[in-house]
Design a protein. Structure first.
Length: 206
């Protein structure tokens, strides 16, 4: 079983697209002090994956048992290949590699060690259009907006001007992919409101 660790965001989807044939997308749900933009909009994450022809399941992980339960789930699914979209955070790579080693699977990280800005450009050049569904307050003007090849230069310039990673690898923002060349049609959506959690904004999308 070739499994993609996927959220519905641009990096995990781009990694899956680069790998090729994915048998199953797995969305793991973690418990965080702040709500996850992907969890609050999980219906749209599943919908965008189905539009790509990627069957998906959602697995809730209990706090303190995340790694154990991830390993158990991937074993039950018969994972032989695990595809993830990490770019430069070493702890993430080590965590994923330890899980793959535990279950005897091969870890594929197509984006690992690439320049973050280059990755963002390549995603847009590939034909991905994505929607900002969460972000720090300094990105408030971008929440609810689409990012594509048409405005990626503007966003990168703005991100650099406020001192954040334009790729958002450290959670500065989260996205929902609404179109790729693999989509049978563009994901339809409506933003009903934007909630504020301390210094973080999350768009509610239906």
């Amino acid at each position: 079983m070739r499994i993609a660790m996927i959220s519905g965001g641009k990096d995990s989807i781009y990694a899956a697209l680069l790998y090729g044939d994915i048998d199953l997308g797995v969305i793991f749900v973690y418990e965080f002090p702040r709500p996850s933009p992907h969890l609050l909009n999980i219906g749209k994450s599943i919908e965008t994956l189905l539009l790509m022809g990627i069957p998906s399941i959602v697995i809730k992980l209990n706090k303190g048992r995340e790694k154990i339960e991830t390993i158990e789930a991937l074993k039950k699914l018969g994972a032989k290949v695990i595809v993830a979209g990490d770019v430069y955070i070493d702890d993430h790579l080590r965590y994923m590699q330890s899980i793959a080693d535990e279950i005897g699977a091969k870890l594929i990280e197509p984006l690992w060690s690439l320049d973050p800005v280059e990755v963002l450009y390549k995603e847009m050049e590939y034909g991905i259009t994505t929607l900002f569904i969460g972000g720090i307050s300094s990105l408030s003007s971008w929440i609810g907006k689409e990012l594509s090849i048409d405005n990626v230069d503007d966003f990168i310039g703005y991100a650099k001007s406020i001192g954040i990673d334009p790729l958002g690898e450290r959670g500065e923002y989260h996205t929902l992919v609404i179109y790729t060349p693999r989509h049978i049609q563009r994901l339809r959506y409506e933003i009903v409101r934007v909630d504020v959690f301390n210094d973080y904004l999350i768009a509610r999308v239906i």
